[in-house]
Design a protein around this ligand. Structure first.
Ligand SMILES: NC(=O)c1ccc[n+]([C@@H]2O[C@H](COP(=O)([O-])OP(=O)(O)OC[C@H]3O[C@@H](n4cnc5c(N)ncnc54)[C@H](OP(=O)(O)O)[C@@H]3O)[C@@H](O)[C@H]2O)c1
Length: 211
């Protein structure tokens, strides 16, 4: 697949690492081109055989997956500005709309649903990767076990493509239901974030469902 990642920060690095491990083509679209180029160079050193490059915003046009690795609400704004350029791609929202100890989206919705409201027709939105911390994506494992990637969305093919991305990178995809489940995924990660200090976890923990 062609996986375009919008953003050049910690989660862009993590999701790109997973995508390259699965043999996908990765394009990085940075707000500042030099940041995307710098990250692409770093990733080429880690995955010398990987196909990764910095691109301009046009790279969203022929992508199979477009991953919004930017803070909320930038993802909502970018979705509106890309418009029909996203048609035919699966749009992946990984954001956690959190402020100090609270969600920053109104009750009864989620960042993912706000993005879906702006997405052009033919652009399924999938929520995924928001419950994994960026640093843990580099190895894909915590406590010797593969990370769980909880996936919510209303489009089965879209969720399947995101599951393939996760699985190809050695992670365990779990379909948790329709896009409205993003409300619970975002609240779950707020909880996960809020216990980092008290439990001394240092952002290296994982949310995992065990039998
Ligand atoms: N960090 C985590 O462990 C983690 C875990 C799960 C989910 N998330 C979510 O992943 C997303 C990215 O987080 P991150 O940790 O990767 O953040 P980050 O390291 O700060 O990177 C954010 C990236 O977004 C870009 N950006 C910021 N505002 C933008 C705008 N208005 N338009 C376009 N690009 C913009 C930044 O551009 P510049 O390079 O120009 O600053 C940067 O490349 C967030 O929604 C976050 O909630 C993070």
């Amino acid at each position: 697949m062609i996986v375009t990642i919008v953003g050049a920060g910690a989660m862009a690095r993590g999701v790109a690492t997973i995508a390259l491990a699965g043999g996908h083509t990765v394009r990085l679209v940075g707000r500042a081109q030099r940041n995307a180029e710098s990250l692409a160079g770093e990733l080429r050193q880690v995955a010398p055989d990987g196909d990764v490059s910095a691109s301009d915003a046009i790279a969203v046009e022929d992508a199979d997956l477009v991953v919004l690795a930017v803070p909320h609400p930038a993802g909502v704004e970018l979705t509106a500005s890309y418009g029909t350029a996203l048609t035919g791609s699966v749009l992946v929202d990984i954001s956690n709309p959190v402020g100090p100890d609270t969600l920053t989206v109104p009750p009864g919705t989620s960042a993912a649903e706000l993005i879906a409201a702006e997405a052009a027709p033919g652009t399924p939105v999938v929520k995924a990767f928001n419950t994994v911390f960026a640093g843990t994506l580099l190895s894909g494992r915590v406590a010797g076990k593969p990370l769980d990637v909880l996936i919510a969305g209303d489009d089965e093919d879209g969720k399947g493509a995101v599951a393939d991305l996760a699985e190809g990178g050695g992670l365990r995809p779990l379909d948790v239901g329709p896009l409205r489940r993003s409300r619970e995924l975002e609240a779950l990660q707020l909880l996960h974030m809020s216990v980092q200090d008290s439990l001394g976890l240092n952002w290296s923990s994982a949310v995992k469902i065990l039998p």
